[in-house]
Design a protein around this ligand. Structure first.
Ligand SMILES: [Zn+2]
Length: 323
């Protein structure tokens, strides 16, 4: 798919400068560089700052000695953005005055402002913010969120249980007791644009916003190809048999650590049998009906959320730009 990397969180060509990760003294020097910036994340929410000229959000880059970074943990070297060294750090230990009850919910519209920073800076949920971010900012924020979450949830060695140490600029954990190296995980998920003639298969999971339908998706299992996962998940969730499968586009989805693998799947059967454990409903919709859904003009069905690869794939299917 020629337009594949135009997806939200698509590749922006960030120079991750992996050769510098093992050079701790070089990273320490880069941290002190006047062009360096540290992106703090609080409970997975990156610091954003509004740019009144463009109406977009920028990432809230701080200097290493900012008061908002007091108590920060897990410094990660993200790479070089042009000549600007970029780091991320976890400031989840900070306690705002008010903890919103939407925190960690499917949609968290709450924003947290740190007293050491100007009012235009706030911690925002990345899923909702990504449509307002430039591709480079989205890639940096997604990388930071995924790696910092991994550190927060993988403190102890999976081989022997000892507490492990952060190493390689944040791209590895090393166990001092048994010497095992641990690397940040990324979980592959297939997401399927299932078509049959002029129709596409969409479904909704329990707990989704009212009326919202999207493409079917599921984790790739150990020992499985992408094609096999597409066929298995579609059959399990909706009872639909799949013939030809073709890769279209991928999307890093750091909620918490997925790589979405978008595929076109041609259905060879039509009768839907929903697995209620996975889906609340699944339906075939025609291209004309999907155009109305996509435009937000359908009376009952709401489109997949902006920024999600499902919406990107459906938009390209409607525009006939899948190749
Ligand atoms: Zn160990």
């Amino acid at each position: 798919m020629k337009r594949a990397e135009a997806v939200a969180f698509g590749g922006s060509g960030l120079d991750r400068a992996a050769h510098l990760r093992g050079e701790k003294h070089v990273l320490d020097t880069l941290m002190r560089d006047s062009r360096a910036g540290v992106l703090p994340l609080w409970r997975g929410k990156p610091l954003l700052v509004a740019d009144p000229r463009s109406g977009r959000d920028e990432l809230g880059w701080l200097s290493g000695n900012s008061l908002a970074l007091v108590g920060a943990t897990s410094r990660v070297f993200l790479g070089l953005d042009g000549d600007a060294p970029r780091f991320a750090a976890d400031v989840s230990a900070w306690q705002p005055d008010l903890l919103p009850d939407t925190l960690d919910a499917y949609r968290d519209p709450s924003e947290q402002r740190h007293p050491a920073l100007p009012d235009t800076y706030r911690f925002s949920e990345l899923r909702m913010a990504v449509p307002r971010l430039a591709p480079r900012a989205a890639e940096l924020a997604a990388t930071a969120r995924a790696v910092l979450n991994w550190h927060r949830t993988h403190r102890f060695c999976a081989a022997c249980g000892a507490e492990s140490d952060i190493s390689l600029g944040g791209w590895q954990r090393l166990c001092p007791a048994c010497g095992t190296h641990h690397h940040p995980r990324t979980d592959p998920v297939v997401i399927m644009l299932v078509t049959r003639g002029n129709s596409v298969l969409i479904g909704r999971s329990p707990g989704w916003p009212e009326g919202m339908y999207s493409l079917l998706a599921g984790y790739v299992e150990p020992g499985e190809t992408i094609e096999a996962a597409v066929r298995r998940e579609t059959l399990e969730e909706a009872g639909i048999k799949i013939g030809h499968v073709a890769y279209l586009a991928s999307q890093p989805w750091p909620f918490p650590a997925s790589l979405m693998i978008g595929c076109h799947a041609e259905a060879t059967s039509e009768a839907i049998t929903v697995d209620p454990a996975e889906l609340e409903d699944a339906i075939w919709v025609t291209r004309e009906e999907m155009a109305r859904i996509h435009a937000g003009a359908h009376p009952r069905i709401a489109a997949a959320r902006e920024g999600a690869i499902a919406r990107f794939l459906l938009g390209n299917w409607l525009a006939d730009t899948l190749d």
